[in-house]
Design a protein around this ligand. Structure first.
Ligand code: FES
Length: 77
């Protein structure tokens, strides 16, 4: 889905840029060229960024939790 019509940027491109390290609106603006014209994309971009970072943080914590709880079992075997 197009998020920034002015720059022709989709939600997938925004999520890929976030995964590549663009963790702020300014970073996304610089890398993708969004929000340079009418600004109608800012709200949706922030929503995608918040959602993506929240999912990534939850996945990281789940991985750490599994690693923490798996380690004693691996040592006992
Ligand atoms: S829709 Fe993004 S600047 Fe216009």
């Amino acid at each position: 889905m197009y998020v920034c019509v002015c720059a022709g940027v989709t939600d997938v491109q925004i999520r890929e840029a976030i995964a590549a390290g663009d963790h702020s609106l300014k970073a996304l603006r610089d890398s993708l060229g969004i929000a340079h014209n009418c600004g109608m994309c800012v709200k949706d971009t922030r929503q995608i960024m918040d959602e993506t970072l929240r999912i990534n943080a939850a996945a990281y914590l789940a991985t750490e939790l599994v690693a923490t709880h798996a380690a004693p079992q691996q040592q006992a075997a």
